[in-house]
Design a protein around this ligand. Sequence first.
Ligand SMILES: [Cu+2]
Length: 502
Amino acid sequence: MNRRYFLHYSSMTAAYLLTGCEKKSGLDKETTEKTAAIPPTIEKSSLKEPIKTIKPFTQKLKIPGEINFSQINQAEFIAQKSQVNIFPDIKTDVLTFQGDLPNPTVRISKGDNFDLDFINNLSDSTIIHWHGLVVPEEMDGHPKDAIDTGQTKHYHYAVNQSAGTFWYHTHPHGRTGKEIYYGLSGLYIIEDEEEKKLNLPSGEFEIPLMIQDRRFDENHQLFYKDEKVPQDNNGVLGDVILVNATPFPYQEVKTGKYRLRVLNGSSVRTYKLAFDAIDQFMLIGTDAGLLEEPLKVNSVVLSVAERVDIIVDFSEKNTGDVITLKTLGFKEGSNLTLHPDYPSFGAEIDIMQFHVVQKSEDTSVVPDRLVPITRLKEEDAVKTRIITMEIIAGGIWTLNKKPYDMHRVDEKVKLDTTEIWEIKNSVHMAHPFHMHGVRFQVLDRDGKVEFPTDKGWKDTVIVMPFETVRIIVHFAMPGLFVYHCHILEHEDHSMMANVLVE
Ligand SMILES: [Cu+2]
């Protein structure tokens, strides 16, 4: 096979190869494919030979601006085409909410009101979903509520849940993958008094990291699916890792503890995150909130849409030291072939570097206890439902063998009850299972891989190949909500279903 990439960089000067492709901007192409397919053989790729080199770890990490609802009452997002500098001195066609990437981080305190006008200036209908937030149905961003070109939707809701790292992205049926790919996602941070008392690293010592692998052509333009390689319908892998819309960035740090809020905003890639010059770090939070106590880990697996809150300690380092955040690869996540020209699930890739530039006295202490978590009890569950993850004829990804219909009610749940959902994966590929309108806890999984992230509040859980994961959910928000696989090409075609809570 013609390897077009390095899987692993050994030094700052290692060149990273970009693959070339057609010159047309991907934004101009047809946006909707009708079916997914998994053919037995791989067609020859339409991609051209690499023509461009870039040097990793030469661009400074971009830190998103913030929309802070303790300082403002109202904000505006306009989904729009923009041209931005992902690479220095070169404009790339993207989609944004405010004209630049990364999109701003929403910061809001528990108890405050979120208020935003969303204007759709795209050529297709779309809608924003606030991933992990438990909000009324009409505020959640169900695909049925997509607004047309030129229309405005007013979002207004009270934030009533505890501190955590969430995110937002558009959610139109069949086009979510492509819209997020071109830029329509951002971070959403909820703070509360309980968290403030813990005195966790903040200010310059708190860094958000939105990790997304992407493909760029010879003109530094993004391109999405390779139509000649149907395996892209199993998930679009890229060879350039963006962190906050910066390719393979570096971040200057001091010798202290840092809180990293990490989101996997990729299409399909699962990361197994670790540092090359730091053995252990502390996991303090999962998708929907802080853990009861910090967990010491050497690495953490992050599937699409999951978040981890971690503390990494640079206090023993010296000025001039370089620490690399990498994915060790997670080949357990897929035995299916994805696009053969891109680093596979098992590939080890250096993502970004931390450059220690200044000594500082670190007096911060991470407390032994974080926040109490009330465990949902199995005996309180009134029902157990089985959700299967399957491919049906034609290579269509489904839940319970039914391609998504946005007007069909697949499950009916009684409001204010607790249920156990058994998610059964019958495919050679891990799927991140996400539910809207709730947060849940993981009861158990029958597989061999253990995930420390199972110990916290979740809204997205990885279900390994042929594994059954049991989650327990309390349904406190009435309405029609989707649940789906969060591999974006799977949810688009069409591994999604509706639950009606009433
Ligand atoms: Cu899936």
